[in-house]
Design a protein around this ligand. Structure first.
Ligand code: ADP
Length: 474
């Protein structure tokens, strides 16, 4: 197997970082997550700095920061937030101390992390070397194996021909799942159950990957039947201390994308929980993981679990972990980037005790009646659900906000925290019913159907749940 050698040779990223006090943070992102980071900065007495594309010039994330700068003029709306040289020069020209990448956009780009560091600015995240290693499916799996973490059988590296695909399927048996080797967000994935379908599906998945990610290379894994998606939140520091903040269950997915997330995972065998969290910490220690990160697993009904990937960044669903642990992950990220250790932050494994149960619903401007087609326009009326145990993380959730077609359709994350799954569901259900949004369609009716489903309330769902229950769309 040549993949390790190949990966090592490709690894041009440094591990050296310079720690220094952070007085200003630029968020290389937009919308909800930019505002989330600004709030953390504000509470720490740190200046917050936004970037915005021309399309976002009236967007609230620009106004929520202490300072803001236009990026990517003349570029397409998404490209603006990917403009590394311009973002770096904004940082340099304005004396910015640190950059937070949020999620999506540049958050998993080792070259971005490296460019930030080379400019003498702190990158709020793992070292570029680790970002690179975790973003490379083959290298990440090798690290998992070396740390003793079970993985799903898969191809040794990215493959590009249908012959290689057929060979893997013949050797390992079906079903399998095709994944874009350089992709994410569930796109370019295909499950194959019949030998006769391998060729055509490979070709289709590969061309989908090529148009979505600019690279048609694929990765094949054995498909785990009826899995639950369970992931472990980690924090690591410069001294090599790593703690876990327990797990989240993100099994409620539509087209392999998370819709409702919760913590802790319902009915998880405590033995399995211990093994998973232990192995996640081992993996992080093995690679020298610093800052916040997540190790994702698929679990089958027999209690077996398999590593799928590490997300070397903050995740959309970090909120539910914050609710049950009381630890502000974004503030922790900033302090760790300054060089503070976990003990200095008062964070130690024995002091992390989950309290109660938290659920997050992603309220999007998508129309469930029209196959979740994104809706756009001006929000005419907006009232949200509030009250005890409800948290709202959003940016465009107000009357007068313009929902543009250019970016993802997340409107607001609604988080309910209560003593157990059933009462958190009741709270979420009540809060979502209080929402009044006019002017754009939202997925709230769909979320309410999920929350009223008995299987869901019993905490008995796997990743097939939405697909198997078409009545949720009515
Ligand atoms: P992405 O990086 O695109 O989000 P992931 O590898 O995290 O992709 O997988 C996303 C989802 O796809 C998982 O949560 C799971 O529902 C499904 N999935 C991925 N790999 C497998 C597998 N080997 N067997 C069954 N389901 C899988």
């Amino acid at each position: 197997r040549s993949s390790t050698v190949k990966w090592t040779a490709q690894n041009k990223y440094s591990t050296k970082v310079e720690y220094k006090p952070i007085r200003s943070v630029l968020v290389a992102n937009r919308g909800e997550i930019a505002v989330r980071v600004f709030r953390a900065c504000n509470e720490l007495g740190i200046k917050s700095v936004a970037i915005y594309s021309k399309e976002d010039r009236a967007h609230i994330h620009r106004l929520k920061a202490d300072e803001s700068y236009l990026v990517g003029e003349g570029k397409p709306p998404v490209a603006a937030y990917l403009d590394i040289p311009e973002i770096i020069s904004i940082c340099k020209n304005n004396g910015i101390d640190a950059v937070h990448p949020g999620y999506g956009f540049l958050s998993e780009r080792a070259d971005f992390a490296q460019a930030v560091i080379d400019a003498g600015i702190r990158f709020i995240g793992p070292s570029p070397k680790v970002v690179h290693q975790m973003g490379d499916k083959v290298a990440a799996r090798e690290a998992a194996i070396a740390a003793g973490v079970p993985i799903v059988p898969g191809t040794d590296g990215p493959i590009t021909t249908k012959e290689e695909a057929k060979e893997f399927c013949a050797k390992h048996g079906l079903p399998v799942i095709f994944k874009a080797a350089y992709g994410g967000g569930g796109r370019g994935m295909r499950v194959v159950r019949e030998m006769s379908e391998v060729e055509e599906n490979f070709q289709r998945a590969s061309s989908e990957a090529l148009s979505a990610f600019g690279n048609g290379a694929m990765f094949i894994e054995k498909f785990i039947e009826r899995p639950r998606h369970i992931e472990v939140q980690l924090l690591g520091d410069k001294a090599g201390n790593v703690v876990h903040l327990y797990e989240r269950d993100c099994s409620v997915q539509r087209r392999h994308q998370k819709v409702v997330e919760m913590a802790p995972a319902p009915h998880l065998d405590p033995k399995v929980r211990n093994q998973m969290t232990d192995l996640a910490v081992k993996l992080a220690k093995h690679v020298g993981y610093e800052n916040a990160g997540t190790v994702e697993f698929l679990c089958d009904s027999k209690g077996n679990f398999y590593f799928i990937e590490v997300n070397a960044r903050l995740q959309v669903e970090h909120t539910v972990t914050e609710e049950i642990t009381g630890i502000d992950l974004v503030q922790s990220q900033i302090r760790i980037a300054e060089g503070m250790t976990l003990p200095e932050l008062g964070i130690s494994q024995d002091k992390i005790t989950p309290q109660g149960f938290a659920i997050q619903c992603r309220v999007t401007t998508e129309d469930p009646a029209k196959n979740f087609q994104p809706d756009t326009g001006r929000i005419e009326v907006f009232r949200s659900g509030e009250g005890m145990g409800i948290r709202l993380d959003g940016a465009s959730a107000f009357a007068g906000a313009i929902i543009s077609p250019y970016y993802d359709s997340l409107l607001v994350k609604v988080i309910a925290h209560s003593k157990d799954l059933q009462s958190a569901c009741a709270k979420m259900n009540r809060a979502l019913r209080e929402f009044r949004v006019r002017g754009v369609k939202t997925n709230v009716p769909f979320l309410l159907n999920v929350l009223e489903n008995q299987k869901f309330i019993n905490g008995a769902v796997d990743t097939y749940f939405i697909e198997e229950n078409p009545q949720l769309f009515n």
